[in-house]
Design a protein. Sequence first.
Length: 401
Amino acid sequence: MTGREAAGVPFGAHSVPYVPGTLRPSGDPAAADRQVLEHYRRWKAFFLRSGDEVGGRGRCAVFTPDAAHPFVAEAQGYGLVITALMAGADPDAHALFDGILRHVLAHPSVNHPDLHAAQQDAGGRDVGGRDSATDGDLDIAYGLLLADRQWGGGHGDYKALALRRIDAVMEREVHPGTRLTKLGDWSSGRFDEVSRTSDWMPDHFRAFRAATGDPRWDEALAAHLSLAGALRTRHAPATGLLPDFVVDTTSGDPRPAPGKVLESPHDGDYHWNACRVPWRLGADAVTSGDARTRAAARELSRWARTATGGDPGGIRSGYRLDGTAYGDAGSPAFFAPFAVAAMTGGEKVDDGGEGEGEGAQSWLDALWARMCGSPPDPARAYAAGVQLQSMLVVSQNYWVP
Protein backbone atom coordinates (compact mmCIF):
# COMPACT_ATOMS: atom_id res chain seq x y z
CA MET A 1 0.00 0.00 0.00
CA THR A 2 1.59 3.28 -1.04
CA GLY A 3 0.64 6.90 -1.49
CA ARG A 4 -2.09 9.19 -0.32
CA GLU A 5 -4.70 7.56 -2.60
CA ALA A 6 -4.43 4.24 -0.76
CA ALA A 7 -6.13 5.51 2.39
CA GLY A 8 -9.82 6.15 2.91
CA VAL A 9 -9.07 9.17 5.13
CA PRO A 10 -5.49 10.19 4.34
CA PHE A 11 -3.38 12.06 6.87
CA GLY A 12 -3.18 15.73 6.00
CA ALA A 13 -6.42 15.83 4.01
CA HIS A 14 -8.43 17.19 6.98
CA SER A 15 -11.46 15.70 5.28
CA VAL A 16 -13.46 15.00 8.47
CA PRO A 17 -14.30 18.41 9.96
CA TYR A 18 -14.45 19.15 13.68
CA VAL A 19 -17.45 20.88 15.25
CA PRO A 20 -17.84 24.60 14.50
CA GLY A 21 -15.86 26.90 16.76
CA THR A 22 -13.04 24.45 17.42
CA LEU A 23 -9.71 26.22 17.69
CA ARG A 24 -6.63 25.10 15.81
CA PRO A 25 -3.02 26.32 16.10
CA SER A 26 -2.31 29.61 14.37
CA GLY A 27 -0.44 29.46 11.10
CA ASP A 28 -0.33 27.13 8.13
CA PRO A 29 -2.10 23.79 8.70
CA ALA A 30 0.39 22.13 6.37
CA ALA A 31 3.21 23.26 8.67
CA ALA A 32 1.39 21.68 11.61
CA ASP A 33 1.08 18.46 9.63
CA ARG A 34 4.82 18.47 9.01
CA GLN A 35 5.46 18.79 12.73
CA VAL A 36 3.23 15.78 13.42
CA LEU A 37 4.91 13.77 10.70
CA GLU A 38 8.36 14.52 12.11
CA HIS A 39 7.28 13.46 15.59
CA TYR A 40 5.77 10.30 14.12
CA ARG A 41 9.00 9.43 12.29
CA ARG A 42 10.96 9.70 15.52
CA TRP A 43 8.32 7.72 17.41
CA LYS A 44 8.66 4.91 14.83
CA ALA A 45 12.43 4.93 15.01
CA PHE A 46 12.52 4.83 18.80
CA PHE A 47 9.68 2.50 19.67
CA LEU A 48 8.72 0.10 16.88
CA ARG A 49 10.30 -3.33 16.94
CA SER A 50 9.84 -6.05 14.33
CA GLY A 51 10.74 -9.58 13.28
CA ASP A 52 12.67 -11.76 15.70
CA GLU A 53 12.56 -9.02 18.35
CA VAL A 54 8.82 -9.61 18.75
CA GLY A 55 8.39 -13.27 17.96
CA GLY A 56 8.76 -13.75 14.24
CA ARG A 57 8.70 -12.48 10.70
CA GLY A 58 5.83 -10.18 9.83
CA ARG A 59 5.21 -9.11 13.41
CA CYS A 60 5.71 -5.66 14.84
CA ALA A 61 5.15 -4.24 18.31
CA VAL A 62 5.56 -1.01 20.23
CA PHE A 63 8.47 -1.20 22.65
CA THR A 64 8.03 0.37 26.09
CA PRO A 65 11.36 0.82 27.88
CA ASP A 66 9.63 2.77 30.65
CA ALA A 67 6.96 0.16 31.46
CA ALA A 68 7.09 -2.87 33.73
CA HIS A 69 7.64 -5.07 30.67
CA PRO A 70 8.99 -4.37 27.17
CA PHE A 71 5.64 -4.82 25.43
CA VAL A 72 2.32 -3.81 26.99
CA ALA A 73 -1.25 -3.73 25.70
CA GLU A 74 -1.67 0.01 26.08
CA ALA A 75 1.24 0.65 23.74
CA GLN A 76 -0.03 -1.79 21.10
CA GLY A 77 -3.39 -0.01 21.14
CA TYR A 78 -1.61 3.30 20.66
CA GLY A 79 0.39 1.82 17.80
CA LEU A 80 -2.69 0.58 15.95
CA VAL A 81 -4.48 3.91 16.28
CA ILE A 82 -1.41 5.92 15.28
CA THR A 83 -0.49 3.86 12.22
CA ALA A 84 -4.08 3.84 10.98
CA LEU A 85 -4.29 7.63 11.30
CA MET A 86 -0.94 8.11 9.51
CA ALA A 87 -2.10 6.26 6.39
CA GLY A 88 -1.59 8.37 3.31
CA ALA A 89 1.55 10.00 4.71
CA ASP A 90 3.55 6.90 5.62
CA PRO A 91 3.66 4.30 2.83
CA ASP A 92 4.48 1.69 5.46
CA ALA A 93 1.50 2.47 7.69
CA HIS A 94 -0.62 -0.45 6.48
CA ALA A 95 2.18 -2.98 6.89
CA LEU A 96 3.05 -1.64 10.32
CA PHE A 97 -0.58 -1.83 11.41
CA ASP A 98 -0.81 -5.45 10.27
CA GLY A 99 2.45 -6.27 12.02
CA ILE A 100 1.21 -4.90 15.36
CA LEU A 101 -2.08 -6.69 14.83
CA ARG A 102 -0.25 -9.99 14.33
CA HIS A 103 1.49 -9.47 17.64
CA VAL A 104 -1.83 -8.76 19.35
CA LEU A 105 -3.54 -11.79 17.85
CA ALA A 106 -0.61 -14.00 18.87
CA HIS A 107 -1.13 -13.06 22.52
CA PRO A 108 -4.76 -13.59 23.57
CA SER A 109 -5.79 -13.14 27.16
CA VAL A 110 -6.01 -16.32 29.19
CA ASN A 111 -9.57 -15.28 30.10
CA HIS A 112 -10.97 -14.48 26.65
CA PRO A 113 -9.59 -15.23 23.16
CA ASP A 114 -10.70 -11.87 21.75
CA LEU A 115 -8.89 -9.80 24.36
CA HIS A 116 -5.16 -9.13 24.53
CA ALA A 117 -2.74 -10.46 27.15
CA ALA A 118 -1.52 -7.23 28.65
CA GLN A 119 2.25 -7.83 28.96
CA GLN A 120 5.08 -9.59 27.13
CA ASP A 121 8.73 -9.89 28.06
CA ALA A 122 11.78 -9.34 25.87
CA GLY A 123 11.45 -12.88 24.56
CA GLY A 124 7.86 -12.34 23.45
CA ARG A 125 6.41 -14.47 26.25
CA ASP A 126 3.23 -13.51 28.09
CA VAL A 127 3.94 -12.45 31.67
CA GLY A 128 2.11 -10.88 34.57
CA GLY A 129 -0.89 -13.18 34.66
CA ARG A 130 -1.60 -13.33 30.92
CA ASP A 131 -4.85 -11.42 31.39
CA SER A 132 -6.07 -8.17 29.85
CA ALA A 133 -5.95 -4.42 30.43
CA THR A 134 -9.08 -2.55 29.40
CA ASP A 135 -7.36 0.52 27.97
CA GLY A 136 -5.35 -1.62 25.56
CA ASP A 137 -8.40 -3.50 24.33
CA LEU A 138 -10.40 -0.30 23.85
CA ASP A 139 -7.72 1.20 21.61
CA ILE A 140 -7.11 -2.09 19.77
CA ALA A 141 -10.80 -2.33 18.88
CA TYR A 142 -10.89 1.33 17.92
CA GLY A 143 -7.78 0.93 15.76
CA LEU A 144 -9.45 -1.95 13.93
CA LEU A 145 -12.44 0.27 13.11
CA LEU A 146 -10.06 2.92 11.81
CA ALA A 147 -8.30 0.30 9.67
CA ASP A 148 -11.57 -0.88 8.22
CA ARG A 149 -12.29 2.68 7.09
CA GLN A 150 -8.77 3.17 5.78
CA TRP A 151 -8.11 -0.08 3.97
CA GLY A 152 -11.09 -2.43 4.34
CA GLY A 153 -10.76 -6.21 4.49
CA GLY A 154 -7.15 -7.06 5.09
CA HIS A 155 -5.83 -9.19 7.93
CA GLY A 156 -8.75 -11.48 8.73
CA ASP A 157 -11.29 -8.70 8.03
CA TYR A 158 -10.69 -5.72 10.32
CA LYS A 159 -14.38 -5.09 10.88
CA ALA A 160 -15.09 -8.66 11.99
CA LEU A 161 -12.11 -8.59 14.33
CA ALA A 162 -13.26 -5.26 15.73
CA LEU A 163 -16.79 -6.49 16.38
CA ARG A 164 -15.58 -9.56 18.24
CA ARG A 165 -13.24 -7.50 20.37
CA ILE A 166 -15.88 -4.86 21.10
CA ASP A 167 -18.29 -7.57 22.23
CA ALA A 168 -15.56 -9.12 24.39
CA VAL A 169 -14.84 -5.75 26.02
CA MET A 170 -18.52 -5.36 26.84
CA GLU A 171 -18.71 -8.92 28.17
CA ARG A 172 -15.57 -8.94 30.32
CA GLU A 173 -14.34 -5.36 30.83
CA VAL A 174 -17.52 -3.32 31.35
CA HIS A 175 -19.40 -3.78 34.61
CA PRO A 176 -22.87 -5.21 33.85
CA GLY A 177 -24.53 -3.12 36.54
CA THR A 178 -22.82 0.27 36.42
CA ARG A 179 -21.70 0.09 32.77
CA LEU A 180 -18.37 1.54 33.88
CA THR A 181 -15.11 0.18 32.57
CA LYS A 182 -13.30 -2.29 34.80
CA LEU A 183 -9.53 -2.61 35.03
CA GLY A 184 -9.37 -5.74 32.91
CA ASP A 185 -10.95 -9.13 32.34
CA TRP A 186 -9.44 -10.25 35.66
CA SER A 187 -11.28 -7.73 37.83
CA SER A 188 -13.26 -9.33 40.63
CA GLY A 189 -13.85 -8.88 44.33
CA ARG A 190 -12.87 -5.42 45.50
CA PHE A 191 -11.37 -4.65 42.07
CA ASP A 192 -14.78 -5.14 40.49
CA GLU A 193 -15.70 -1.77 42.00
CA VAL A 194 -12.68 0.15 40.69
CA SER A 195 -12.54 2.10 37.43
CA ARG A 196 -9.62 3.95 35.84
CA THR A 197 -10.58 7.38 34.47
CA SER A 198 -8.10 7.23 31.60
CA ASP A 199 -10.18 4.34 30.21
CA TRP A 200 -13.18 6.66 29.89
CA MET A 201 -13.04 7.22 26.13
CA PRO A 202 -16.37 8.72 24.97
CA ASP A 203 -15.52 8.78 21.27
CA HIS A 204 -14.63 5.07 21.40
CA PHE A 205 -17.97 4.26 23.02
CA ARG A 206 -19.77 6.21 20.29
CA ALA A 207 -17.84 4.36 17.58
CA PHE A 208 -18.58 0.99 19.20
CA ARG A 209 -22.29 1.82 19.34
CA ALA A 210 -22.30 2.78 15.67
CA ALA A 211 -20.38 -0.34 14.65
CA THR A 212 -22.37 -2.87 16.67
CA GLY A 213 -25.80 -1.33 17.15
CA ASP A 214 -25.52 -2.41 20.79
CA PRO A 215 -27.45 0.08 23.01
CA ARG A 216 -25.33 -0.90 25.99
CA TRP A 217 -22.66 1.42 24.61
CA ASP A 218 -25.11 4.30 24.94
CA GLU A 219 -25.52 3.28 28.58
CA ALA A 220 -21.75 3.16 29.02
CA LEU A 221 -21.33 6.61 27.51
CA ALA A 222 -24.02 8.08 29.76
CA ALA A 223 -22.63 6.36 32.86
CA HIS A 224 -19.08 7.62 32.35
CA LEU A 225 -20.05 11.19 31.54
CA SER A 226 -22.46 11.31 34.47
CA LEU A 227 -19.83 10.05 36.89
CA ALA A 228 -17.19 12.41 35.49
CA GLY A 229 -19.53 15.32 36.15
CA ALA A 230 -20.36 14.15 39.67
CA LEU A 231 -16.69 13.69 40.57
CA ARG A 232 -15.84 17.16 39.31
CA THR A 233 -18.67 18.71 41.30
CA ARG A 234 -18.02 16.85 44.55
CA HIS A 235 -14.26 16.48 44.62
CA ALA A 236 -12.69 19.04 42.24
CA PRO A 237 -15.04 22.02 41.85
CA ALA A 238 -12.19 24.47 41.42
CA THR A 239 -10.17 22.48 38.89
CA GLY A 240 -12.25 19.84 37.08
CA LEU A 241 -9.45 17.32 37.64
CA LEU A 242 -10.24 13.63 37.85
CA PRO A 243 -8.33 11.02 39.86
CA ASP A 244 -6.41 8.10 38.41
CA PHE A 245 -8.82 5.61 39.99
CA VAL A 246 -12.39 5.72 41.28
CA VAL A 247 -13.50 3.25 43.96
CA ASP A 248 -16.86 2.07 45.30
CA THR A 249 -18.44 2.39 41.87
CA THR A 250 -21.30 0.06 42.78
CA SER A 251 -22.08 1.69 46.12
CA GLY A 252 -24.06 4.68 44.91
CA ASP A 253 -21.27 6.97 46.14
CA PRO A 254 -18.21 6.52 43.90
CA ARG A 255 -15.16 8.46 45.06
CA PRO A 256 -11.49 9.00 44.31
CA ALA A 257 -9.22 6.26 45.59
CA PRO A 258 -8.30 7.07 49.21
CA GLY A 259 -4.70 5.94 48.67
CA LYS A 260 -3.00 3.09 46.86
CA VAL A 261 -5.54 0.81 45.22
CA LEU A 262 -3.54 -0.59 42.33
CA GLU A 263 -0.42 1.38 41.52
CA SER A 264 0.73 4.05 43.99
CA PRO A 265 -0.25 6.30 46.91
CA HIS A 266 -1.32 8.80 44.23
CA ASP A 267 -4.14 6.60 42.88
CA GLY A 268 -6.64 9.21 44.08
CA ASP A 269 -4.78 12.14 42.51
CA TYR A 270 -4.41 13.54 39.01
CA HIS A 271 -1.41 11.36 38.28
CA TRP A 272 0.12 9.35 35.42
CA ASN A 273 -3.17 7.77 34.33
CA ALA A 274 -5.59 10.69 34.63
CA CYS A 275 -3.17 13.00 32.83
CA ARG A 276 -4.76 11.61 29.64
CA VAL A 277 -8.27 12.79 30.57
CA PRO A 278 -8.05 16.24 28.88
CA TRP A 279 -7.08 14.48 25.65
CA ARG A 280 -9.83 11.85 25.86
CA LEU A 281 -12.57 14.30 26.80
CA GLY A 282 -11.29 16.98 24.44
CA ALA A 283 -11.12 14.60 21.48
CA ASP A 284 -14.77 13.74 21.99
CA ALA A 285 -15.74 17.38 22.45
CA VAL A 286 -14.27 18.51 19.12
CA THR A 287 -15.56 15.52 17.13
CA SER A 288 -19.02 15.02 18.65
CA GLY A 289 -19.91 18.47 19.94
CA ASP A 290 -21.37 16.94 23.09
CA ALA A 291 -21.97 19.76 25.58
CA ARG A 292 -20.91 17.54 28.49
CA THR A 293 -17.44 16.77 27.20
CA ARG A 294 -17.01 20.34 25.92
CA ALA A 295 -17.82 21.72 29.37
CA ALA A 296 -15.46 19.26 31.07
CA ALA A 297 -12.59 19.89 28.66
CA ARG A 298 -13.07 23.64 28.82
CA GLU A 299 -13.03 23.61 32.62
CA LEU A 300 -9.75 21.69 32.61
CA SER A 301 -8.23 24.06 30.07
CA ARG A 302 -9.28 27.18 31.96
CA TRP A 303 -7.87 25.82 35.21
CA ALA A 304 -4.53 24.85 33.65
CA ARG A 305 -4.18 28.19 31.91
CA THR A 306 -4.92 30.10 35.12
CA ALA A 307 -2.73 27.88 37.31
CA THR A 308 0.28 28.38 35.03
CA GLY A 309 -0.29 31.99 34.05
CA GLY A 310 -0.58 30.82 30.46
CA ASP A 311 2.88 29.20 30.45
CA PRO A 312 2.79 25.49 29.51
CA GLY A 313 6.20 25.14 31.13
CA GLY A 314 4.43 25.50 34.45
CA ILE A 315 2.36 22.33 34.04
CA ARG A 316 3.52 19.81 36.61
CA SER A 317 3.48 16.02 36.46
CA GLY A 318 0.99 15.44 39.26
CA TYR A 319 -1.70 17.35 41.15
CA ARG A 320 -4.04 16.89 44.05
CA LEU A 321 -7.64 17.33 42.92
CA ASP A 322 -7.69 20.80 44.49
CA GLY A 323 -4.90 21.85 42.13
CA THR A 324 -1.97 21.56 44.53
CA ALA A 325 1.04 20.48 42.49
CA TYR A 326 3.46 17.83 43.67
CA GLY A 327 5.08 16.49 40.48
CA ASP A 328 8.06 17.60 38.47
CA ALA A 329 7.62 19.84 35.44
CA GLY A 330 8.11 18.97 31.84
CA SER A 331 6.50 15.64 30.87
CA PRO A 332 4.59 15.73 27.57
CA ALA A 333 2.20 13.17 29.10
CA PHE A 334 0.86 16.04 31.21
CA PHE A 335 1.13 19.15 29.04
CA ALA A 336 0.18 17.70 25.63
CA PRO A 337 -3.37 16.57 26.60
CA PHE A 338 -4.18 20.12 27.75
CA ALA A 339 -3.67 21.26 24.15
CA VAL A 340 -6.57 19.04 23.09
CA ALA A 341 -8.76 20.51 25.82
CA ALA A 342 -7.70 24.01 24.77
CA MET A 343 -9.29 23.50 21.35
CA THR A 344 -12.71 23.87 23.00
CA GLY A 345 -12.09 27.51 24.00
CA GLY A 346 -13.39 29.17 20.86
CA GLU A 347 -17.18 29.42 21.14
CA LYS A 348 -20.16 29.77 23.42
CA VAL A 349 -21.38 26.40 24.69
CA ASP A 350 -24.53 25.11 26.32
CA ASP A 351 -23.04 25.23 29.83
CA GLY A 352 -23.22 29.01 29.71
CA GLY A 353 -19.53 29.53 29.06
CA GLU A 354 -18.31 32.04 26.53
CA GLY A 355 -15.51 31.65 24.08
CA GLU A 356 -12.34 33.15 25.48
CA GLY A 357 -11.10 34.86 22.34
CA GLU A 358 -7.45 35.72 21.98
CA GLY A 359 -6.60 34.31 25.41
CA ALA A 360 -7.77 30.84 24.45
CA GLN A 361 -5.98 31.01 21.11
CA SER A 362 -2.74 32.17 22.72
CA TRP A 363 -2.94 29.34 25.24
CA LEU A 364 -3.42 26.76 22.50
CA ASP A 365 -0.58 28.27 20.46
CA ALA A 366 1.74 28.16 23.47
CA LEU A 367 0.89 24.52 24.13
CA TRP A 368 1.39 23.65 20.47
CA ALA A 369 4.77 25.39 20.40
CA ARG A 370 5.85 23.44 23.47
CA MET A 371 4.81 20.16 21.85
CA CYS A 372 6.62 20.99 18.63
CA GLY A 373 9.73 21.90 20.60
CA SER A 374 9.66 18.65 22.60
CA PRO A 375 10.87 15.72 20.48
CA PRO A 376 10.17 12.26 21.84
CA ASP A 377 12.56 10.87 24.41
CA PRO A 378 13.67 7.34 23.39
CA ALA A 379 13.43 6.27 27.04
CA ARG A 380 9.82 7.50 27.45
CA ALA A 381 7.42 5.61 25.18
CA TYR A 382 4.36 6.47 27.24
CA ALA A 383 4.82 10.24 27.06
CA ALA A 384 5.75 10.05 23.38
CA GLY A 385 2.60 8.09 22.53
CA VAL A 386 0.34 10.46 24.44
CA GLN A 387 2.00 13.49 22.87
CA LEU A 388 1.81 12.15 19.31
CA GLN A 389 -1.86 11.30 19.62
CA SER A 390 -2.57 14.72 21.15
CA MET A 391 -0.76 16.31 18.21
CA LEU A 392 -2.88 14.30 15.79
CA VAL A 393 -6.03 15.70 17.39
CA VAL A 394 -4.79 19.28 17.62
CA SER A 395 -3.63 19.31 13.98
CA GLN A 396 -7.12 18.05 13.03
CA ASN A 397 -5.89 14.72 11.70
CA TYR A 398 -8.07 12.72 14.07
CA TRP A 399 -11.49 11.31 13.27
CA VAL A 400 -14.02 8.88 14.64
CA PRO A 401 -14.85 5.84 12.45
